[in-house]
Design a protein around this ligand. Structure first.
Ligand SMILES: Nc1ncnc2c1ncn2[C@@H]1O[C@H](COP(=O)(O)OP(=O)(O)OP(=O)(O)O)[C@@H](O)[C@H]1O
Ligand SMILES: [Mg+2]
Length: 454
């Protein structure tokens, strides 16, 4: 071997190799690293590391007293253990060089097994625990779509993950707010902490405060012996995801605000406040600012939540994502349904792009799933879609066969409407009734009368 010729080959064999200069700009990155973190090497060189790879903490080493340190990165369910060192010539610091010691969970598992005896028992975690933690429900890879709007959302997710700020995710139903919340948690330094979810719209009125804040022993009749932790306490060290924050009961809003501001909570019946370290991610499918204008949501709480807003665009604003979303779903369903669909006819995309998708990706997924039932060959075609999207004209000939044509059409329209809304909400009857502005029992009656089954 010839060192002068082969040194680049040597560099290529170091995992995750990156170098930044004193200003924090990326001056070198090997191909292995670019591939691992999924960035384009050519266009990344010379740019601030913060932009190229937002989770990076390399810059800290520049200003640190220590010359060398180590860190973990958690990304998309993968973990890397990295080591970096100040690059010095004499006493002058030129930048920082970073490389990975481990890039996969399996390597980490082996490492832990081998060295667990020297790891402090208090910080020791079994490889199994690590594995399950790294695979929490969703990660960024589950967020399908490469439209400019969706890419912007993904960038925001990456950026939000590097901060500790409260995130407010606003988007219509079915736009992926839950995936986003999970992704932020998984990509953040809290990924080893818990991800706790609470839905502000589904709180039992009498228990709502204790759900959030917990209670002490004997706080009220029916209370569990020894008291109970609330969601804030359960999320300590991790993330609390408050879904449907727009429906937060008015009496709880000031208490939530206090928890966010003071970083402490009071259990019901408790004497002392309990300090909490929790990152809040809130989501809503209502326009929260309008709820504030209507006087239904406190302005101060809104501003406290709106620190890092992420607006998820509805599907109709990014119809170019439809083919990718359909194809992903088809591939997933091939496995479940034992089918082998490898093509989707262009007509399908044309038609789907014309629809306005009130239920967004959830509705699209349901529609694809429904269509997949009718395919035999390898191509998904428009007729498989049951004409659900088409507002086809009434078949006048067919009407002749009915005694009460108007009633028949009325029932048909009602059936279609209820079916579509149920579909939009993935079969959720509470949401469907709310959407149709009818009480839930009436929805049940109608479904029974019209023969609608889930
Ligand atoms: N961009 C996306 N890529 C892939 N799947 C998606 C995407 N957006 C949504 N989904 C899927 O659609 C369904 C609904 O997503 P999710 O539960 O995150 O919606 P949401 O915004 O929280 O809706 P809601 O306001 O009704 O709770 C899920 O099955 C999710 O996997
Ligand atoms: Mg949701």
């Amino acid at each position: 071997m010839d060192i002068s010729k082969d040194y680049e080959l040597f560099l290529e064999h170091i995992l995750g190799l990156m170098v930044i200069d004193r200003e924090g700009n990326l001056v070198y990155m090997n191909d292995q690293c670019a591939e691992y973190i999924e960035v384009d090497r050519g266009s990344s060189l010379g740019r601030p590391i913060r932009e190229v790879f937002p989770p990076s903490t390399m810059e800290r080493t520049l200003t640190s007293d220590e010359d060398t340190d180590s860190d973990f990165y958690f990304r998309d369910g993968r973990v890397s253990f990295t080591r970096r060192t100040k690059l010095k010539r004499g006493n002058e610091v030129l930048g920082v060089i970073e490389y990975d010691l481990l890039q996969e969970i399996d390597a980490l598992q082996q490492f832990i097994e081998k060295y667990s005896h020297i790891l402090n028992a208090g910080t020791k975690r079994t490889a199994e625990q690590l594995k399950s933690l790294c695979k929490t429900n969703y990660s960024l890879a589950d967020l399908v779509g490469s439209s400019a709007a969706m890419n912007e959302v993904k960038q925001q997710v990456l950026r939000a993950a590097t901060t500790n700020s409260t995130v407010l995710i606003e988007g219509e139903t079915g736009t992926g707010k839950e995936i986003i919340a999970h992704s932020i948690h998984n990509l953040s330094r809290r990924t080893f902490g818990s991800f706790i979810k609470i839905n502000a719209a589904a709180l039992p009125e009498s228990l709502s405060e204790s759900e959030f804040f917990g209670y002490e022993h004997g706080a009220f009749t029916g209370a569990v012996k020894g008291g109970k932790k609330g969601k804030f306490e359960l999320a300590h060290g991790g993330t609390l995801f408050i879904d449907e924050i727009g429906s937060m009961p008015a009496h709880l809003q000031p208490k939530i605000l206090r928890a966010l501001q003071e970083k402490e909570i009071d259990r019901i019946g408790g004497a002392d406040s309990i300090p909490i370290d929790v990152r809040i991610i809130a989501a809503t499918n209502q326009h929260l600012q309008s709820r504030v204008s209507e006087g239904k949501f406190r302005a101060d709480l809104f501003h406290r939540l709106n620190v890092f807003p992420i607006r998820v665009p509805p599907l109709r604003e990014r119809a170019e994502d439809i083919p990718e979303l359909v194809m992903e779903k088809v591939i997933e369903l091939n496995i479940d349904f034992g089918k082998n669909v490898i093509r989707v006819d262009d007509k399908v995309y044309q038609k789907l792009k014309q629809y306005d998708w009130p239920g967004n990706v959830r509705e699209l997924h349901n529609m694809v799933e429904n269509a997949m039932n009718y395919v035999d060959g390898d191509t998904l075609e428009w007729p498989h879609f049951n004409l659900r999207v088409d507002n086809s004209r009434i078949d006048l000939d067919r009407l002749k066969g009915y005694d009460k044509p108007i009633e028949h059409i009325r029932n048909e329209a009602e059936r279609k409407l209820i079916n579509d809304i149920l579909m939009m909400y993935g079969g959720n009857k509470t949401k469907t009734a709310a959407y149709l502005r009818i009480p839930r029992p009436l929805l049940y009656q109608k479904m029974k009368r019209l023969g609608i089954e889930l």
